[in-house]
Ligand binder design. Structure first.
Ligand code: AMP
Length: 205
């Protein structure tokens, strides 16, 4: 059995913990769209849209984009061109204000999260991954200075969300220091225990 309308998952983790990798794998497993606010913002910037021009500098510096802009962008993605019932969200909410606005909207639309996955990775391992990623990602915000800032934003703004979701009984702590398939399996096991079953078999490791 899975949640009515499908699984609605959130990946909550510091930069470099594997949100996009596991977001993509979970989206495949649950046949749900992977919605990454970082990717949506980068697409707006690449397209030179009005939103893109407003957020370009902030994203390049690793600073958070204003809450109202991100909330509006996510709501649009969840409702247009067709309403989405299941999803794997990565990178939103990232502040308590976003979590509260998102929760109010999702409650009204029957779209609150089924589970929030906190990917835990030791800070030394995150720093090691960040250095490797800066060399290959091609992302303008993947460099040592912005990584430090994004980590600081995470600690200050995003970590408090753990308590918000823990209080709602949907927070799942995942040890994400290991390899990709090992972590993916650990996530599936934890979700299975909550009654959230993938609709597609896992890819062979
Ligand atoms: P990410 O790809 O998730 O690491 O996001 C890249 C950048 O996009 C972040 O460093 C922020 O500048 C911006 N961003 C993504 N999601 C959010 C959000 N929910 N709130 C504010 N800024 C965001």
């Amino acid at each position: 059995m899975t949640a009515p309308g499908g699984a609605r998952l959130l990946l909550l983790a510091p930069p470099g913990a594997g949100k996009s990798t596991h977001g993509r794998l979970l989206a495949e497993a649950f046949a749900a769209p992977h919605i990454s606010t970082g990717e949506l913002l980068r697409a707006e910037i690449a397209a030179g849209s009005e939103l893109g021009r407003r957020v370009e500098g902030l994203v390049a510096e690793g600073r958070l984009v204003p809450d109202d802009l991100v909330v509006e962008m996510v709501v649009r993605r969840l409702t247009e061109p067709a309403p989405v019932e299941a999803f794997v969200l990565d990178g939103f909410p990232r502040t308590l204000a976003q979590a509260e606005l998102g929760y109010a909207w999702a409650s009204e639309h029957g779209l609150t999260f089924s589970a929030v996955l906190h990917l835990e990775v030791p800070e030394a391992e995150l720093a090691r991954r960040a250095a490797g990623r800066a060399a290959v990602s091609g992302r303008g915000d993947d460099n040592a200075a912005t990584w430090e800032r994004r980590m600081a934003e995470y600690r200050l703004e995003t970590e408090p969300l753990l308590g918000f979701y823990r209080a709602r009984g949907i927070l799942v702590e995942v040890d994400a220091g290991g390899g990709v398939s090992e972590v993916h399996q650990a996530i599936l096991t934890a979700l299975w225990a909550m009654g959230l079953r993938p609709v597609r078999p896992a890819r062979p490791a």
